[in-house]
Design a protein around this ligand. Sequence first.
Ligand SMILES: C[S@@+](CC[C@H](N)C(=O)[O-])C[C@H]1O[C@@H](n2cnc3c(N)ncnc32)[C@H](O)[C@@H]1O
Length: 440
Amino acid sequence: MSPAGPAQLRAGAARIVAEVVAHGRSLDELLAAEPDEGSARGLKRSLCYGTLRWHFRLAAVLDALASRPPDQLHPQLRALIEVGLYQLLSGETAPHAAVSETVSAARALGFDKAAGFVNAVLRRFQREQADLLHAVDRDLALRTSHPRWFVDALRRDRGEAAGAVLEANNAHPPLWVRVNRMRGDPDAAVAALIAAGFGATRHPLAPDALHVEPPTDVRSLPGFVDGRLSIQDAAAQLAVELLAPAPGERILDACAAPGGKTCHVLERTAGAAAVTALDVSPARIERVRENLTRLGLEAELQMADVAATSGWWDGRPFDRVLLDVPCSATGVIRRHPDIKILRRAKDIPNLARRQAELLEAAWKLVRPGGRVLYTSCSVLSAENERVVAGFLGKTHGARDLTAELTTGWPARAADAPGYQVLPGETGMDGFYYACLGKSL
Ligand SMILES: C[S@@+](CC[C@H](N)C(=O)[O-])C[C@H]1O[C@@H](n2cnc3c(N)ncnc32)[C@H](O)[C@@H]1O
């Protein structure tokens, strides 16, 4: 396929942004469905990521600039102007090219009559940028480009730390890899990466995690293709430290797909734990299969709802259950900026209810003396501390072991169960862990 020209690229980015904003589609899915456009792919992706990351701020600027009511603009035209504003703000494109190619993109999208309007809006932004941003940025939600409900919830839950979380959500995500202990050790992997011209550093708490710089196509990393490295954020890798699986144990990964933690558990136990990887989604369970195959690992795969035990469980209790619940994913916004747009306040109570049901179901599957590790990539206490506190309050024989298992980790307030990592802490994604022991 011939590479797309600069105007087509911007038009393509605007189509994708509009699908997310106006139709609630997922950015990952939209990008996966795009044809391979060679070297143009990177620029289009970065326009989509950047525009969506800054959507709330850009939309406020556009509302201040547009002479006609914003809801009268076609979603693709709005998205295109946001793509243009993003380019002017990011400084990655020369301003004259950003304006002229965005105006050409309006024509490429079929908005010939609006080309003059696009030109006028972008040029006025260039002239009045300082004043416009000064007015918009007085509002924390707009300055950091987040929905207001989320900023309010974060402030309520995380107090003074909220500002740093909002900033961290707008940073470009770092590349973390996991070293496969069955095929090498982390120091050797660091040496191989450095010899190949990358920066590589270990994480203070996650012993298999390496921070690799600069972020790159992972297939170019020495050791990725032959299964010595996998992509996984250090926060996700900490789950295995708390689960502490041992060879010979029966372990259930109750929400397993795409299988990052299933594979980590198997690598840590030298493939000698009996791991059941279960997920309710048929498409996603295939991802677990692919990941196991790539790494030469074996687990029993089950496509089922963990709570509907009659359909899949033989009644033999597990030594350990990992419950990595479906959640708002508000801890991984830096990797998935469309979450800011797709997630709504009303989703949170529904998620929390489901998470509580899944925790109750998982508890029944673990033997006395065993443990359930509840994890989520949310930063909201409604999905984390409050779910676990509610469970502990009504479950005889359940004890929160997290504090004693995290003694070497940065201290946390002792008034809530579990342990919350906030986005950006030692370079990690936001993640929550609660390790719950069942008394004998
Ligand atoms: C956060 S993701 C899991 C990520 C995975 N643990 C990893 O590390 O790669 C949550 C998963 O839970 C699955 N899920 C949601 N409800 C479920 C249920 N009732 N039973 C089993 N799996 C479920 C979803 O399909 C999704 O794949």
